[in-house]
Design a binder for this molecule. Structure first.
Ligand SMILES: [Zn+2]
Length: 439
């Protein structure tokens, strides 16, 4: 679906979250280039000559930012919930099902699976996705004629659906300490850090929005992490990595390095620059890890972490130490950042035995959770211009239907908390990306 850009225009809504605050009856003026030119709170300042779109009883929110996705994993949605004889039904046996799906994809299959996933994301109000992309080569590990063939399929799928993409190019080298990749991991592996960075160089030269993604301390040795940190520093790129998702990962890391995964990333220089590292999951962390991640981002993926039995992200502890919290749909078994945001809070209530964990005194919890689903995700992806509705920002916006049965009879003061703490993606009925309507 190729939607045409439009000329300058004005959108009027019942309410909007503008630069982090709820505004009633605003009118948002969008320039012909798709950026927000002005926000009118006084109707007399709206240029009369501009076409005006009345959004009615809708709450405009910034487009949601999904900071961690593996699009193809959506293919095994619903297919991993039957216990087979001898199956321990844990993270590692789920991984076998995921690897089997990964083996079966040719370039056209990667495109189809990714496009279907991204299309569902747009429907759910996600306007930017960080795709943690590790399917790179042929099944036996040989590169395609173009070593970036599968990255290009992901880029094309995003372009065709109209979602913004930050391609988090994964470096993957081994099955674990001193062990070569398993046969089913060969297509994730470039063979050397130089071959990996050559692929990144090529994509960077084409202007692709990128981040570097050493998969985990299990899959990336320490010398590669140091090279990745240096390259990211030299080119101003963010780094994302899976960190302490499972206890076994920590045990193997302690055996190899004598320290935690977070400490290994820190030692390699991945955490040297503030707000450029994103620890995905960061579930099984100690006090030193919390301190090291304090100036960075933690991306929680609560529905996936629950599905895989990972554990609960100690979001309150991360927040109090100064980490920004972002959200990801990760395995894409569920694509709904409202659910992710709510679980981030609710899991903490279950863990701690208290209410209102992720907002300070007199702070709106709905706004705090919306921040995780928007600006802080954008910050994690190195795209600070996204995730907000404000002058100069692209008009990436979603409409929440205030007449939806979930929100019927909810008062104005409770709109945002009701959306974030009781709503789902089913509330979203219009989606704009860069001023272009995509739903
Ligand atoms: Zn992941």
């Amino acid at each position: 679906m190729e939607a045409a850009a439009e000329g300058a225009r004005v959108y009027a809504a019942a309410a909007a979250v503008i630069d982090g605050e709820l505004a009633l009856a605003p009118a948002i003026e969008v320039a012909s280039d798709g950026t927000i030119a002005a926000i009118h709170r006084d109707p007399s300042t709206i240029p009369a000559a501009l076409p005006r779109y009345e959004l009615g009883r809708r709450l405009l929110l910034p487009g949601l930012v999904n900071a961690h996705s593996h699009a193809f994993q959506r293919m095994i949605r619903g297919a991993t919930h039957r216990r087979r004889a001898g199956d321990p039904s844990d993270f590692w046996s789920w991984r076998e099902a995921m690897y089997a799906a990964a083996q079966g994809l040719d370039p056209a299959g990667v495109y189809r699976a990714t496009r279907a996933c991204f299309a569902e994301m747009v429907r759910a109000g996600i306007t930017c996705v960080g795709e943690f992309h590790y399917l790179h080569h042929q099944v036996d590990g040989r590169p395609y004629d173009d070593p970036n063939e599968l990255s290009r399929q992901v880029i094309q799928a995003a372009a065709d659906v109209g979602i913004r993409l930050v391609l988090l190019e994964v470096f993957y080298a081994r099955a674990g300490a001193h062990s070569p990749p398993l046969p089913e991991q060969r297509r994730f592996c470039d063979g050397s850090i130089d071959a990996y960075l050559a692929r990144v160089d090529a994509l960077r030269g084409e202007g692709v929005s990128l981040g570097l993604a050493p998969h985990s301390v299990r899959a990336a040795p320490a010398d590669a992490l140091r090279e990745i940190a240096a390259y990211a520093r030299a080119h101003g790129l963010v780094i994302h990595a899976h960190v302490s998702e499972q206890p076994r990962e920590n045990e193997e890391c302690a055996a190899e390095h004598g320290r935690t995964p977070t400490a290994v990333f820190a030692e390699a220089g991945c955490l040297d620059r503030p707000r450029t590292f994103t620890a995905v999951h960061a579930v099984h962390v100690d006090d030193g890890d919390l301190r090291r991640l304090g100036g960075q981002h933690v991306c929680a993926c609560p529905t996936t972490e629950a599905d895989l039995g990972d554990g609960i992200v100690p979001a309150l502890d991360h927040r109090l130490r100064g980490a920004r919290l972002a959200l990801g749909s990760d395995s894409n078994a569920i694509i709904d950042l409202f659910q992710e945001a709510r679980l981030l809070e609710m899991d903490e209530r279950l863990r701690i035995g208290a209410r209102i964990c992720l907002a300070g005194p007199d702070e709106s919890l709905g706004l705090a959770l919306l921040r995780a689903a928007t600006v802080d995700g954008a910050s994690a992806l190195g795209r600070p211009e996204l995730g907000r509705l404000g002058v100069g920002a692209p008009f990436d916006a979603i409409c929440v239907d205030l007449d939806h049965p979930t929100l019927a009879d909810v008062g104005v003061d409770a709109w945002l908390d009701a959306v974030m703490l009781t709503g789902t993606a089913a509330l979203v009925d219009q989606v704009y990306v860069g001023g272009v309507r995509r739903r």
